[in-house]
Design a protein around this ligand. Structure first.
Ligand SMILES: Cc1cc2nc3c(=O)[nH]c(=O)nc-3n(C[C@H](O)[C@H](O)[C@H](O)COP(=O)(O)OP(=O)(O)OC[C@H]3O[C@@H](n4cnc5c(N)ncnc54)[C@H](O)[C@@H]3O)c2cc1C
Length: 291
């Protein structure tokens, strides 16, 4: 289908884009990669009267470590993450995640900012950002505010972003030595959204004691889920077969899937359990220097 007509703006700065958002309120939408928004417009599920294309704003496409954070600009494409030497060498959880998003054509356009701002619980980055305890920087008419990712996803396709704010940067605390992460997703075919996905990031100390852990779940709730009880069960404990099994059971209990063409509620819960065991084991191996 063809989308309804709209006015198209191309601001050169974040402040110009915010001015346009302020002027047009809920009738305006930011356009980043367009990989979620354009299909919705073609299906006429979204009909913004004004599209504000932020692709030509400079300074939103960086990937760098600074002040204790890995900082990723909102316009960084999945393909940029995949090719980044920094991500490939130090952030296996992020690399795992980007590699299973859609297909290469989509990944050439889709941005990390759009993936989060869209608020889709089936998207893969939200669970990963929950596991990494990321901070999300947004800018609006009042300036910048930082939103902990745990407060960012408020409902189905709904985030803490106000209509006149733009997501500008993702800030991930640089993991200390002894850290490892992994993302595992089951999809019906390559390029599909997850039947379920599990993101794990952990830091392991002496005798395999878990110093820090974050577990995020994809597509098993109205919002991406942080498996807090599973995290709690591991924190301060030795990571071994028993504690992994217990944490995985808790993660499955914390998930809230609904039945659909991808499977029943029970199947998806059990999938969360199995993927959590595997992701924890892989993250543990990686914390010891494994691939
Ligand atoms: C065939 C196909 C398969 C896909 N499979 C997957 C998958 O397996 N996993 C996955 O995670 N995703 C998948 N996606 C979604 C894809 O990753 C999207 O690109 C992503 O969800 C949105 O990013 P975008 O840059 O394209 O955003 P857009 O489509 O441009 O925007 C999406 C929404 O976010 C808002 N927005 C965008 N950027 C900002 C910003 N900086 N500040 C404020 N609001 C903003 C827009 O106004 C819009 O409401 C798939 C998409 C397609 C077409």
């Amino acid at each position: 289908m063809i989308p309804p007509s709209f006015d198209y703006y191309v601001p050169n700065s974040v402040s110009d884009a915010i001015g346009m958002l302020k002027q047009h309120g809920s009738e305006a939408k930011i356009l980043s990669g367009g990989m979620s928004l354009i299909p919705l417009m073609k299906l006429r599920l979204a009909s913004p009267a004004y599209l504000i294309d932020i692709n030509r704003i400079a300074g939103l496409d960086h990937i760098k470590e600074e002040d204790g954070f890995l900082k990723i600009g909102a316009l960084v494409r999945e393909a940029d993450l995949e090719k980044s030497a920094l991500i490939r060498s130090k952030y296996p959880l992020l690399l795992d995640t980007t590699l299973v998003i859609a297909d290469p054509l989509v990944r050439n356009r889709a941005t990390i900012g759009g993936n989060l701002a869209h608020g889709d619980p089936a998207n893969d980055h939200p669970a990963t950002m929950l596991a990494l305890e990321t901070e999300i920087a947004v800018v609006g008419p009042q300036g910048e505010r930082k939103i902990p990712v745990t407060s960012f996803f408020t409902d189905l396709f709904t985030t803490a972003l106000s209509p006149d704010e733009i997501l500008t940067e993702i800030r991930i605390p640089i993991p200390p030595p002894g850290s490892g992460g992994a993302y595992l997703k089951l999809e019906r075919k390559v390029g599909d959204f997850a039947t379920a996905g599990v993101a794990v990031q952990l830091t392991v100390g002496k005798d395999d004691v878990c110093e820090r852990v974050g577990i995020g779940l994809t597509n098993v709730g109205l919002t991406p889920v942080k498996a807090e009880k599973a995290d709690e069960a591991l924190r301060g404990k030795k990571i071994d077969g028993e504690s992994i099994k217990r944490a995985a059971q808790l993660a499955a209990q914390e998930s809230e899937p609904t039945a659909d063409l991808r499977g029943s509620e029970e199947y998806k819960r059990d999938l969360v359990r199995v993927l959590t065991v595997r992701a924890l084991k892989r993250a543990l191996e990686r914390s010891r220097g494994g691939k």
